[in-house]
Design a protein around this ligand. Structure first.
Ligand SMILES: Cc1cc2nc3c(=O)[nH]c(=O)nc-3n(C[C@H](O)[C@H](O)[C@H](O)COP(=O)(O)O)c2cc1C
Length: 424
């Protein structure tokens, strides 16, 4: 299914980015779609409905309880007419009302009454976006099958810098178009009925090959004992899933974890740091992006015992030797992929993460504080700080690792593109 001849309900809500929505209507119409615009009352304070009527060529829906509108194309008819509902820009308030299942205006009623798939393109101040209430609402909406486009990262009208910008109209429409095309009519309709697909921002990494490591490594002492760490692998697996959703071919090299392989991911299981080193160096040259999430042991025992070490009187001393620094080696390759590291620290995150970024010559580093009451190893939620060269910085407050993975893939694809094409 393409956007050509598709019926799109565009919901416009009351954010500063509403001024970009007429451009979205024009782009959709350029693709051959038929567009009906529905505005919240607040949106009408930012842009007049007349503007949307002029660009869409149809009356604009604003009031739910409007006799004339109901007699023409009422809310249920609009909900049935739609092949897709796109809310752009989507305010924090409308996202909260959609999450609550509210039906107190025309737009939220249509969102509730339609069987069509629904996309939201959030746009808000970065603090609002990072607020746990918004993060939880987004996760809930995604779990119901709502697809989230963006938000983008950068400077905002309110003077903040961070995540929360509305994606550009072209990007919104091309994402929608690619999802329609990729999914095919049957799939789109099935998704709408099943409402259970969690999607990252689509096709940001189309045609890219992404290599990810995840989980801990195990360093054997003897045939029955090993040294390891608390890494669960959840963050790396979530990133692999988000990268596939973003259109990448993904190879995941996993240490010993009990996690299911995300659909579409090629998984290679390894045990020790040396196994991981070998597998990564074999695959890195064939990939565009390397994301090193695994918590690789820095040391292994100098001599692994062939038989179980027996108890003896007194202390036991283990002699350890350094394992290779896999990420640094990949970053030093002549034809190297775009390299993203993860730094788990128990203190001074900023200093250590920036230090690793420079020392290992990385393109991006994601730092998280571990050993806290919440977040980090073995948890479902995480909060991270991201750094890149020339003082680049973004902060992501606590949210589910799956949602965080979407946000990181969005940021990573922007940094990757900037790296490929530094002039633009
Ligand atoms: C100048 C101005 C700009 C605003 N921009 C945004 C915004 O970008 N995103 C947002 O979520 N809320 C923004 N708000 C707050 C919303 O307008 C407010 O939450 C409103 O209730 C949203 O209503 P709606 O979701 O029904 O459209 C802004 C408010 C003002 C006064």
């Amino acid at each position: 299914m393409s956007l050509n001849k598709a019926n799109i309900v565009l919901g416009v809500t009351g954010g500063i980015a509403a001024y970009k929505a007429p451009e979205i209507v024009r782009r959709l119409i350029d693709k051959g779609a038929s567009v009906r615009v529905v505005m919240t009352a607040s949106a009408c304070d930012f842009v007049k409905p007349l503007v949307f009527q002029a660009v869409s060529g149809h009356p604009v829906g604003v009031d739910l309880l409007d006799e004339a509108a109901e007699a023409a194309m009422g809310h249920i008819e609009l909900a049935r007419w739609a092949d897709a509902v796109l809310v752009a820009p989507a305010t924090a308030n409308t996202l909260a009302r959609m999450t609550a299942g509210a039906a107190d205006d025309l737009l939220t009623t249509i969102c509730l009454a339609t069987r069509a798939p629904c996309w939201v393109a959030p746009a808000m101040n970065s603090v609002m976006w990072e607020h746990p209430a918004t993060a939880t609402n987004i996760t809930t909406l995604q779990s119901r099958g709502v697809r989230v486009l963006g938000p983008g990262i950068g400077s905002q009208a309110c003077g903040e810098t961070g995540a929360g910008r509305l994606l550009e109209p072209d990007d919104i429409v091309s994402s929608l178009e690619q999802q329609f095309a990729a999914a095919g009519e049957e799939r789109v309709l099935m998704d709408a009925k099943d409402a259970c697909v969690v999607n990252a921002e689509p096709m940001l990494l189309a045609d890219s090959h992404v290599l990810i490591t995840a989980g801990p490594t195990r360093e054997a002492l003897d045939p029955v004992r090993f040294l390891t760490n608390h890494s669960s692998g959840k963050m790396g697996f979530a990133l692999a899933e988000a990268a596939v959703d973003a259109g990448a071919s993904v190879t995941l090299i996993a240490g010993p974890v009990r996690l299911e392989t995300p659909g579409g991911v090629t998984r290679i299981d390894v045990v020790s740091a040396l196994d991981m080193h070998k597998a990564v160096l074999r695959h890195a040259p064939n990939n565009d992006i390397f994301i090193s999430v695994a918590a690789v042991a820095d040391y292994r025992v100098a001599k692994q015992q062939a038989h179980k070490i027996k108890k003896s009187e007194g202390e036991m001393t283990l002699q350890m030797v350094r394992n290779p620094d896999i990420l640094a080696e990949v970053a030093a390759l002549e034809a190297r992929p775009f390299c993203v590291g993860f730094a788990a620290e128990t203190k001074d995150l900023d200093i250590y993460a920036r230090g690793k970024l420079t020392k290992k010559n990385l393109d991006m580093i994601v730092g998280n504080l571990v050993g806290q009451a919440t977040g980090g190893f073995n948890t479902d939620d995480n909060a991270v700080e991201v750094y890149w060269p020339n003082d680049g910085y973004a902060s992501f407050a606590s949210r589910s690792k799956r949602l965080l993975a979407n946000d990181l893939i969005t940021l990573l694809s922007q940094r990757y593109r900037a790296h490929q094409d530094p002039v633009n």
